[in-house]
Design a protein around this ligand. Structure first.
Ligand code: SAM
Ligand code: SF4
Ligand code: SF4
Length: 548
């Protein structure tokens, strides 16, 4: 039995209240930010009395230090730092409140959170993301943080083991000075949320004038960065906006955008659960495929969280958390943001106080597991390992954090097909580029790689004969997998990868290299291992060109 309420839902009083209160709380006038909400300090100097309001769990709820709960954070790769809940927009689908903050971050407390993220596990390429509300309300704080800790942020990024700094913003408060400052740092990315350029179908109520401003700021950002992949446009796609997607993507591409993230809107603060009409969903997918076909260098991905499952779902032990200035964190920014409106129960711990509310994790993990055990629809579902759950949206449209509904399998199936296809296209595009590069730079690269392999295997797997063979035939280059296969003297790419993996402590991979994509996957893994571990021994310049 499902308990969600679909598009025809009747709003409760609390929901009516939430929607009535959902108005912009910050406006920009003559270049200055003016707030209509007293508690929200936007001076940039911080409140005189910076009161940090954190959730107090019940006495009987266990709270342990992070060192005793590391397992829950083994997949953590991203922190969203909620600089404020205030916002200059009031997008109709957004669950956030914009009227109350729970304290103000300082550069020191931001650094504490940054360090906390880095310390959680040994994962690489983590994301420390400014979030909100609208994070650009606090430009001065962002600048102060980046200026003060620049050296460390840079070092961490350049060593390619650490964390990059990002922000998720509606972009309307960007100006040239900030853009130049922000992208002047090598470690920054920016995600600009924009669903369409057509104001008449927009759920975000962005005016035509504001749309023009966004065209300008996106262009400026692209013109400022050294690599357009550092600017991401994130589109939350509704049935309405997706109809115009073809034009939207064309225009973005014209502005220089090469990186997009999409999130189909299925849980909406105003309308509740949204069942997409089949034809709309299919049309949205084909518009994305068409764009990928049309633009060889355009990247489109699904947003974070979509397709995540198992023990890495929101609230269960997520790969991403949202933290506010009090140190409270939750699996989702909608919960951290709404903690004074009944969502306090979803706060999972406090970073500043070094506490993890482990009982809550257990409860949420239990509720999640229960769904798979008790729901007939889930028990027989083929998509158990890919289904996407949005606990905040689920609660808004029913009473349970995790539940199936009449659309979920359909949506997940489309998502999986779509995602597989998109990633395959993107991956194959990489591979084609790499193959072309190999053809072009082959002799130089292979010579460097083979020198390494000769040393690494010490004549065991390949020897002088192989190397001579390569030197003699370098002008007759074949496809990259043939080169690896034939010239490195291993049975197949899997064997080669696993030899290397054993040497350097990587997990074994057992897929059969029986299709192009799997072969190429192996080549990618092999090159990555070489790149990471043997930089001094091989020709770094030519390999890094290859790996671009
Ligand atoms: C909550 S906003 C906060 C940061 C900033 N104000 C912005 O708009 O980018 C972050 C992202 O959440 C998305 N979002 C808001 N409500 C959503 C919903 N109901 N479902 C999916 N995404 C949503 C927005 O489109 C935006 O891309
Ligand atoms: S989605 Fe972002 S810009 Fe829109 S109301 Fe929510 S916080 Fe503000
Ligand atoms: S897709 Fe739906 S039915 Fe399948 S596991 Fe997820 S919630 Fe259950």
């Amino acid at each position: 039995m499902t308990d969600y309420v679909n598009v025809k839902r009747v709003l409760s009083d609390a929901q009516k209240q939430r929607l009535a209160n959902h108005t912009p709380s910050v406006v920009e006038q003559d270049g200055k930010l003016i707030t209509t909400v007293e508690e929200i300090n936007i001076s940039g100097k911080g409140k005189k009395n910076n009161k940090l309001v954190s959730v107090k769990p019940k006495d009987e709820e266990a709270a342990v230090p992070f060192t005793q709960a590391e397992e829950l954070f083994k997949d953590l790769v991203q922190v969203n730092a909620m600089l404020t809940n205030a916002c200059n927009l009031s997008c109709s689908y957004c669950y956030e409140q914009h009227n109350k903050d729970f304290g103000r971050f300082t550069k020191e407390s931001l650094k504490q959170v940054y360090d906390w993220l880095n310390a959680r596990n040994n994962g690489q390429k983590k994301v420390f993301q400014f979030f909100g509300g609208e994070p650009l309300i606090h430009k001065p704080l962002i600048k102060e943080f980046m200026e003060t800790y620049d050296e460390e942020l840079r070092e961490n990024y350049e060593n390619y083991r650490g964390t990059y700094v990002s922000m998720c913003t509606n972009g309307l408060l960007l100006n040239d000075e900030f853009t130049e400052f922000y992208f002047g740092k090598p470690y920054t990315h920016m995600m600009i949320s924009l669903d369409t350029f057509n104001s008449t179908i927009d759920h975000r109520e962005i005016t035509p004038t504001q749309m023009n401003k966004l065209r300008t700021v996106i262009k400026k950002a692209i013109d400022t960065v050294d690599d357009p992949m550092r600017v991401v446009v994130r589109a939350t796609l509704s049935e309405e906006t997706s109809r115009d997607m073809g034009n939207f993507i064309d225009e973005l591409y014209g502005l220089g955008v090469r990186n997009m993230v999409v999130h189909p809107l299925v849980l909406d603060s105003k309308h509740g659960y949204i069942s997409w009409k089949d034809e709309n969903w299919q049309s949205m997918c084909s518009k994305i495929f068409n764009a990928l076909e049309k633009y060889d260098d355009l990247f489109i991905k699904f947003s974070e969280g979509v397709g995540q499952k198992e023990d890495s779902n929101c609230l269960v032990g997520s790969h991403m958390v949202a933290i506010d200035a009090s140190g409270d964190f939750s699996g989702c920014y909608f919960f951290t943001n709404q903690k004074s409106n009944g969502a306090d129960i979803a706060v999972l711990g406090n970073v500043i106080q070094d506490k993890v509310y482990v009982d809550r994790y257990k409860t949420f993990q239990g509720a999640y597991k229960e769904m798979f055990e008790t729901e007939e629809q889930c028990r027989t579902c083929n998509y158990q390992n890919a289904c996407y759950q949005c606990p905040a949206g689920n609660l808004d449209t029913g009473t349970r954090l995790f539940r199936p509904d009449d659309m979920c399998q359909k949506i997940v199936k489309l998502y999986v097909d779509f995602q597989t296809d998109v990633s395959k296209k993107i991956f194959m595009r990489h591979v084609k580029k790499r193959a072309a590069r190999l053809k072009e730079l082959g002799p130089q690269i292979m010579s460097a790689e083979l020198t390494f392999f000769r040393e690494a295997f010490a004549g065991n797997v390949m020897g002088q004969d192989m190397f001579d063979h390569y030197v003699n035939t370098r002008n007759e280059l074949q496809t990259p997998e043939e080169i690896m296969h034939e010239w490195l003297g291993v049975k197949d790419l899997r064997e080669l990868y696993n030899e290397l993996a054993k040497m350097y402590g990587y997990p074994e991979i057992t897929f059969h290299p029986d299709s192009d994509i799997v072969k190429c996957y192996y080549i990618q893994c092999i090159s990555t291992i070489i790149f990471r571990h043997e930089q001094d021994q091989i020709n770094k310049t030519s390999l890094s060109t290859l790996l671009e």
